[in-house]
Design a protein around this ligand. Structure first.
Ligand SMILES: NC(=O)c1ccc[n+]([C@@H]2O[C@H](COP(=O)([O-])OP(=O)(O)OC[C@H]3O[C@@H](n4cnc5c(N)ncnc54)[C@H](OP(=O)(O)O)[C@@H]3O)[C@@H](O)[C@H]2O)c1
Length: 222
């Protein structure tokens, strides 16, 4: 049975991804922050706060102790802390980088020994983090600089990790889920979490060239 680890399965895109992979017969290891996900015989859940190094260390070690090699890791959990801001607010930037970037990298590096040959690490990024698209996508034109900075840096982690793992047969991708109806995307967004999860499932099980940035099967500009 294939095994996937998804962060942030208690709501939004992560919860939809969890349902999709359970329906496809995967064993799912899911992390939650505030609320525990509903139980399932093929789900093992762990509390994780990506803003706290001690939580990252203990969650990664508990997952390692399960002794299950991973076929897919989806770094989905993330925050949008400066939605209303058009200027950098340093405390919000610090918090955003702690969760979306440093915590995500720390967690991932600790789990690398579990990644199978042929496995896939997907970092859930955003077109908001694209250097080429910044200022050109209307619904987030001038807003949330901290979030944009965090996703741009996460994209660079995708590239550096792809290089780090190139001889191990592990694919690393950044993926934009689309504009999705969640607490981060808002209810006026154009995709349901389920349809975003379907496209992400297709990317996860495909073997795209490592180090790419994807949305719905197409490459995005960095
Ligand atoms: N929705 C969009 O339009 C959109 C577009 C582009 C990219 N994204 C990305 O998609 C990913 C999922 O977001 P979403 O839209 O599904 O938003 P969401 O519904 O707010 O889900 C975010 C998830 O991250 C978890 N989380 C928050 N803080 C955390 C922390 N400190 N430690 C560990 N987990 C934490 C949340 O847990 P709690 O429920 O307990 O807070 C939740 O499970 C994010 O990386 C986001 O940046 C979303």
């Amino acid at each position: 049975m294939n095994t996937i680890l998804i962060t942030g399965v208690d709501k939004g895109i992560g919860r939809a991804l969890m349902s999709t992979f359970l329906a496809e017969g995967y064993f799912v290891i899911g992390t939650f922050y505030a609320d525990r996900p509903v139980s399932h015989e093929r789900l093992k859940d762990f509390a994780l706060d990506l803003g706290k190094p001690e939580s990252i260390a203990s969650c990664a070690s508990a997952i390692t102790n399960l002794g299950k090699p991973l076929d897919i890791l989806v770094n989905n959990a993330g925050i949008l802390a400066d939605e209303e801001e058009t200027n950098v607010v340093i405390e919000k930037l610090r918090k955003t980088l702690e969760v979306n970037l440093l915590g995500t990298i720390d967690f991932t590096q600790r789990l690398l020994p579990l990644m199978n040959v042929g496995s896939h690490i997907m970092n859930v990024s955003s077109t908001a983090g694209s250097l080429e698209l910044v200022g050109k996508v209307s619904h987030f034109m001038g807003h949330y600089p901290a979030y944009k900075i965090s996703k741009a840096a996460l994209n660079m982690y995708t590239r550096t990790l792809a290089l780090e793992l190139k001889d191990r047969g592990v694919t690393v991708s950044s993926v934009h889920p689309g504009w999705v109806q969640t607490d981060i995307g808002g209810q006026e967004a154009d995709l349901t979490p389920e349809s975003a999860a379907d496209a992400m499932y297709q990317l996860a099980i495909s073997r795209p060239e490592s180090g790419g940035f994807w949305f719905a099967g197409k490459r995005l500009p960095w």
